[in-house]
Design a protein around this ligand. Structure first.
Ligand code: AOS
Ligand code: ZN
Ligand code: ZN
Length: 424
């Protein structure tokens, strides 16, 4: 199914008067509003192919229905999101779940929907049916060079596929680690992983980047070989200038100060990209901004401050992506909510009075510092985000229109009720 322009126009028309009122108030309150809107229009957040279907837990999975059954249908789904919000102009593929059969056809389908291919994701955390050696005890860290080589070759193959699609980055997330004390020699595991990553790094085309994603725990419960930003930064530094750390918001131990991590990685020129999501306990992969919106704002505050200090373009300087899983929500509605939450936090961060904050910091005026940050955080910027969306042809209220057009019902009647999309 496709959403037509006239449907968006009809929806927007009904909401124009109310929006105009809210937007003119927001504009009168914020001198920077036009500058902010220009930045919002450029800012695009990639959608991961594996977040388009209903996920599950080890206890079960409840199909939502109408889920994409092929790469083509995944691209169509992201196309629907982008039509509605004009901020989801990229898709991130996962190999081998999304291997294209016809590269040109896939590329032109993506172009038709206004999408580009974001970072490619390799998979050495599962055994595939036709696979010779098992990843049960790790992949790039494995004690057996044969297993390591198989995982290296897979990553190089993923780069090759990414090149064919016009992507320019590889994200490596490893499940490697150990479940029990004594199982692993930490130093050997690190060195094996580094050597394996070096071989993958050597296969990167010139303009490519590799993102090393870290995660505190799960599926290994005692140690993870890329367990935190320190370890990721160590790999990225040893590998060279094309290697960066990727921050997934759900991959920290409870209460970690993620905004400080982000600030320092940016300072070192080693922050590569993001996986946005939210969590209460661990790697919950919940809707961005659904649990800790203030944290999301504080992260964007550091991003804006750090990127501006270094003259890095907000839209293109880092890889922006969602990484989520949906057990109870309609995945497309959830992704619309995530993108909205990200855009809101970004807008609020753009509104922070930087000059005043600098002065307050210099004067150790702690109270004033907090006032300045919270003044931006407590500003209702929804009309500003909506204005940016309207100016690019998006829907005033994406979730409302999605429901009004009965998109899910349509997808179910086309694809069926009992569907399974490959993913987490
Ligand atoms: C796993 O926990 C990581 O967040 C990965 O980034 C991601 O979910 C996975 O690579 C998807 O296959
Ligand atoms: Zn992730
Ligand atoms: Zn994760």
């Amino acid at each position: 199914m496709e959403i037509e322009k006239y449907q968006i126009d009809a929806h927007n028309e009904k909401l124009t008067a109310a929006h105009q009122q809210r937007f003119s108030f927001a504009a009168s309150e914020n001198a920077k509003v036009e500058e902010v809107i220009t930045k919002l229009i450029k800012f695009q957040i990639a959608i991961p192919s594996w977040a388009l279907g209903t996920g599950g837990t080890r206890f079960g999975r409840f199909s939502g229905g109408g889920e994409p059954r092929s790469l083509e249908e995944k691209i169509e789904d992201v196309g629907l999101l982008h039509k509605l919000n004009q901020s989801s102009g990229a898709i991130s593929l996962h190999i081998p779940w999304d291997i294209p059969t016809d590269y040109d056809a896939i590329k032109s389908l993506a172009t038709h929907h206004g999408l580009r291919f974001d970072a490619m994701n390799s998979n050495t955390f599962q055994d595939q049916a036709d696979q010779k050696l098992s990843y049960k005890f790790g992949s790039l860290q494995h004690v057996d060079k044969g297993v390591r080589q198989q995982a290296i070759d897979h990553n190089i193959e993923v780069i090759r596929q990414g090149v064919a699609l016009g992507s320019d980055a590889l994200t490596v997330w490893l499940a490697d680690g150990s479940c029990f004390p004594g199982q692993l020699n930490f130093r050997k595991a690190f060195q094996n992983t580094l050597e394996s990553l070096e071989e993958i790094y050597a296969a990167l085309p010139d303009a490519w980047k590799v993102f090393v994603e870290y995660k505190a725990f799960e599926p290994n419960f005692y140690s993870t070989t890329v367990g935190d930003w320190g370890q990721s930064l160590l790999y990225a530094s040893k590998l060279g200038p094309k290697a960066y750390t990727l921050v997934d918001l759900g991959h920290h131990l409870p209460n970690a100060n993620i905004e400080q991590i982000v600030s320092l990685l940016l300072m070192e020129g080693k922050l590569g990209g993001f996986h946005f999501n939210d969590s209460k306990y661990g790697d919950d992969d919940l809707t961005a901004g659904s649990m800790k919106p203030y944290q999301l704002f504080l992260i964007f505050n550091e991003l804006v401050e750090g990127m501006d200090a270094k003259g890095i373009d907000h839209a293109t300087g880092l890889g922006w992506m969602i990484d989520a899983s949906h057990n109870v929500k309609d995945p497309l509605e959830d992704l619309l909510q995530s993108v909205e939450a990200i855009m809101i936090s970004y807008t609020q961060a753009l509104l922070v009075d930087r000059e005043a904050l600098n002065i307050a910091q210099q004067e150790n005026d702690v109270v004033r510092c907090q006032e300045i940050l919270q003044d931006a955080f407590r500003t209702d910027v929804r009309a500003i985000v909506q204005e940016a969306r309207l100016r690019t042809g998006g829907a005033a209220q994406p979730v409302q229109l999605y429901r009004g057009l009965k998109v899910r019902e349509n997808l179910i009647s086309n694809r069926g009720l009992k569907t399974v999309a490959t993913g987490l």
